[in-house]
Design a protein around this ligand. Sequence first.
Ligand SMILES: [Zn+2]
Ligand SMILES: [Zn+2]
Length: 104
Amino acid sequence: MLRKWTSVLLILVVFLPLGSSFAEEVNDESQANKHNWQVYSTDYEEIDVGTHEYTYWKNFIRQKRTCQISHRIKTTVYYCDAHDHTRSETHLEEIIHSERHKDN
Ligand SMILES: [Zn+2]
Ligand SMILES: [Zn+2]
């Protein structure tokens, strides 16, 4: 009976401090790596990506026209004040055709 209790105590003594210090360390590390990303600025820009020809019908005659394509790009800049650094993300928001047409 006494032997059993000593072994239980031993386990507690050996493992408890180890366990708690390990948990603390992990916690500290995740705290240090935690970013505080906040939107710093948002910008939109249009970039010309080229032209293409499309056909359409007018008075039963097939016509050709050149259409200018541009991409509307959204750039969001994030700033993290915890580490004083930035990161940016770009998204293609829209593909714009200068001429309104249905078929390519
Ligand atoms: Zn950060
Ligand atoms: Zn077009």
